[in-house]
Design a protein around this ligand. Sequence first.
Ligand code: ATP
Ligand code: MG
Length: 599
Amino acid sequence: MQCSKCQTENPENKKFCRKCGSELSLTCPQCGSEVLSDDLFCGDCGQSLKEPKEASPIDYSEPQSYTPKFLADKILTTRSSIEGERKLVTVFFADVASYTSMAEKLDPEEIHQIMDGCFKILMDEIHRYEGTINQFTGDGVMALFGAPVAHEDHAQRACYTALSIQKSIGEYGRQLKRDSGTEFKMRIGLNSGPVIVGAIGDDLRMDYTAVGDTTNLASRMESMARPATILVSDHTHKMARDFFEFESLGKLEVKGKKEPVEAYELVKASEIETRIEAAQAKGLTEFVGRQGEMEALKEAFDKAKAGSGQVVGIVGEAGVGKSRLMLELRRILSKEAYTYIEGRCLHYGSSMAYLPVLDILRSYLEVKEGDRESLIKKKMVEKVMQLDEELRGALPPFHDLLSLKVEDEEYLRLEPIQKKEKTFEAIRDLLVRESQVKPLVLAIEDVHWIDSISEELLTYLIKGLANTNILLILLYRPEYVHTWGSKSYYNQVGVDQLSNDAISAIVQSVLGGGEIVPELRELILSRTGGNPLFVEEFTQGLLENGSIKKRDDRYVLSKEISDIQVPDTVQGIIAARLDRLEDNLKHTLQVASVIGRDF
Ligand SMILES: Nc1ncnc2c1ncn2[C@@H]1O[C@H](COP(=O)(O)OP(=O)(O)OP(=O)(O)O)[C@@H](O)[C@H]1O
Ligand SMILES: [Mg+2]
């Protein structure tokens, strides 16, 4: 049963959520009204709740039947604003390798069962990353990422989904092999490109028209993938290459295409998860502007250092430079002067309870991926006890948080709500105690994606921050709304667009030495609206597609301005931003925005 507050899955017989302690509410299978776990009948329609109604079997031809409620709601609330629009998406195809030969050996009932298990895996993973399934074929699926729900990172989501599916199908296949000797593997293919979204019905069915060969190429990638692998086109590779490891297969002959096309096998996710990490890995451009913002942050740090805890919100649109500002602050503060801990919220993580908190705890304890339970517990005891033996009581909730076995009987006997209180206290005590050793800078990245229980914990921490040596920095985009503004020790640092001079310096830094002709500079300035990410991507994109050429130590445009396109990565961010805006405002923006005129 899913907790309506923090979305954690709980065992069916539980009354309270094991992660956030909220009472678990059920819905009546007949009318959908909320009922409590010990109700015998629904108070609205009288349906008996003792014998839960058998879940009706999934109808794979009806999107309503297989789309989870949270996603269906999202689609229906945003549909009016995207019907008729051109959207950049990643198209996902998966199908069973050697299905025909499997079907020849097994009877229809067995096939049906096997495919049911397979479809469940596909649905779970695709929906987890908010992809939508357009169609189940007999032996596979076609899904879209980026429409009807817009995601700036549709290619990344599709890649994570594909990797998770291959992992789960790998296990499923091994089990089938053991049980019945059946070989079961899937092929996956991805391509990114534009589609025009048509009508979206109440039944969630979406009409769309592929532009060019967006869908076809994805399907070709799938049919050319080796069993158990993922093949992606050049377009998807370009959008996801910073975050995954790919193996180039060179140019492949593709049916229906005159020219051979580049293809890449998706191998695994890289350690890089965020854009700023990717920018660091590639080499940062020169840091420009932001003197005022930096002063405000330094001032907040000095106050925290002097014992007056501070909360600072670094607020600005995607790509405007929030994370970079944080990075530069860390560079100018002397390393010895403070302890730094960072927690991160993820774009697909708002349903994962305590996600940034786990991040904080793991990095504080220096827990690595793959560490055994005994080692994690050892690290924890050493680190926490060394800090302060009084913190012993924090160990059971920390064990619980990190899903380690809890042995403390007293803690185990607590009601969920009390466990939650203990967890909050334990985190607060640890952070406050640590800040007494050295001022503590605690940064939470991308708070606009925070899960509800972590948000509750943040509010709890902020309440008790006034007389500590903690500087809590929250980075988020303007659409995030919170209630902390009223605190006297809360300050907001708005990060806005950069000046033309600052932007010109970034362009120079991307291109390297050489004069930039005014026409090119003007083009970049006018198309990127003072946003440094757009500037980097746009300039890089023009270099890669040959629109910028270096002639006699001068960077010049080699194409007509009207032929120049905004790169896919930038379009994706703008599209996702537009989708969150009110219809009217969006329309005005689309008409007015210089960038918007390209799609
Ligand atoms: N002041 C600056 N000078 C030079 N480059 C900058 C500046 N600010 C940001 N950049 C560059 O722009 C890119 C985007 O910045 P950053 O990742 O900090 O954006 P963000 O606001 O955190 O976006 P998001 O909301 O997506 O996390 C990075 O490559 C960064 O190095
Ligand atoms: Mg950022």
